[in-house]
Design a protein around this ligand. Structure first.
Ligand SMILES: [Zn+2]
Length: 419
């Protein structure tokens, strides 16, 4: 294989570069290069420019040329910064019961709820978890997603959380996409743990944290801060220990009640995710901080609840990422592009704000600075759409899928060749 590769021409190349990390964006702030080409060296973008000029230079050197037919719009590969795609079982029955008006308790009594997913995930062999995670990864790839965060949190014991995180690591080695693992052992206190919340968290931080570091299973520590899960008092010693060991912090915050965002700010978390219940106070607090605010429209759609106040967060000056929250209980759809497009209509977001939320702002939510934009030196991760205008993409509300996806400079999905 030749080291250098030229791809193009793209009718429009939307770089998502030179935009502020925080605050509202308008579409006229976007840098759009017409009739563009991308020169790739190894896994990275070496140059972006006019395709015809680059092509005539390429003819004089040893460059592989991938010449596209018809009109294509090129965007950075999408980044889904919050998912729970490693799990066993299904919650289709819960979903039907909830929509039919059954209460949380009635569903739990019928054997449903998160504990069902924990039970099914614990029962699943590693191989099965790896296979299922890879299958869901493929589904995201067809949407143009090239980086996916994947949480543990359905094991809820040292041993079972390790099984999940090792399965995620293994799945990552079998897919061209990047799976970014996060430990969510603090999802809830497991039913079969007889001690207090504090005792459970202490056991996890004392026993699990050192193994995670030793086996390099994750750099990220998440917690669900909610009345039904962990209080801010529960979580402070846990996060303190996580920070001391060097984990990045991320928080499931303000989904139903509002303590989570304050904890995220207090611990300088990389991101605070959910925020459906955030009020003016929480929004102002987040806007003053460097915490990325992540909207999860998939959870709102799955539960039939309010959306994250994305417009207010942006107008207050927050950095807004948008992620799928793909999980068996509240967000089974797992279609980031559709969800982002739906959030856009309800929250009145510009195309630039939505695209930023699933590209460079989502990269920031994962503390990654090597992707999310198309510019020299970054990873050559991009998605191509068969159209002459980028406005068409969100206009079709997720029904318009990419025709090709490149990851680290390699073609990893081609709609024409797969079903
Ligand atoms: Zn989640």
């Amino acid at each position: 294989m030749k080291a250098l590769k030229l791809i193009g021409p793209f009718k429009q190349l939307v770089t998502m570069a030179n935009l502020p990390l925080k605050g509202a964006l308008t579409d006229d702030q976007l840098t759009i290069i017409e009739d563009a080409g991308i020169l790739i060296e190894n896994e990275q973008i070496k140059e972006i420019g006019l395709f015809t000029v680059m092509l005539s230079e390429a003819k004089q050197t040893e460059i592989e040329v991938i010449a596209l037919q018809g009109n294509h719009v090129c965007l950075p590969g999408f980044i889904d910064s919050h998912t729970h795609i490693c799990f066993g079982g299904t919650r289709a029955k819960d979903y039907a019961m909830r929509n039919a008006g059954k209460t949380y308790l009635e569903i739990a009594k019928a054997g449903g709820g998160i504990w069902d997913t924990v039970t099914q995930t614990r029962k699943a062999a590693s191989e099965e978890l790896i296979k299922k995670t890879l299958k869901r990864t493929k589904q995201h790839l067809k949407n143009g997603v090239t980086t996916i965060e994947v949480k543990s949190g359905y094991g809820l014991s040292v041993e079972e959380e390790l099984k999940m995180l090792r399965a995620i690591k293994n799945a990552n080695s079998q897919t061209p996409l990047d799976l970014i693992p996060t430990c969510l052992a603090a999802h809830m206190k497991p039913k079969d743990f007889s001690g207090s919340n504090a005792e459970y968290l202490n056991e996890i931080s004392t026993t699990l944290f050192p193994i995670l570091k030793e086996e390099k299973l994750t750099n990220r520590m998440d917690a669900f801060i909610e009345e039904s899960a962990f209080s801010k008092e529960d979580i402070r010693p846990y996060f303190k220990k996580a920070k001391e060991i060097g984990f990045d912090i991320t928080v499931h915050a303000d989904q139903f009640s509002t303590d989570g965002s304050a904890i995220a700010v207090e611990f300088e978390a990389i991101s605070a995710d959910h925020l459906e219940a955030s009020t003016k106070n929480e929004i102002e607090l987040l806007a003053k901080s460097n915490v990325i605010a992540t909207a999860l429209p998939g959870a709102s759609l799955g539960l039939g609840c309010n959306f994250t106040p994305a417009r207010k967060l942006l107008d207050a000056g927050c950095a807004l990422a948008i992620a799928s929250d793909h999980n068996p209980g509240s967000a089974p759809m797992g279609d980031l592009l559709t969800q982002a497009a739906i959030l856009q209509t309800f929250e009145k977001l510009s195309n630039a704000e939505v695209l930023a939320g699933i590209t460079f702002r989502a990269a920031a939510a994962l503390n990654l600075n090597d992707r999310g934009q198309l510019k020299e030196g970054l990873l050559a991760d991009f998605a191509l759409f068969h159209t002459d205008n980028y406005n068409e993409i969100l206009y079709h509300q997720g029904a318009f899928k990419p025709c090709m996806v490149f990851k680290n400079g390699a073609l990893v999905y081609d709609k024409h060749q797969t079903n």
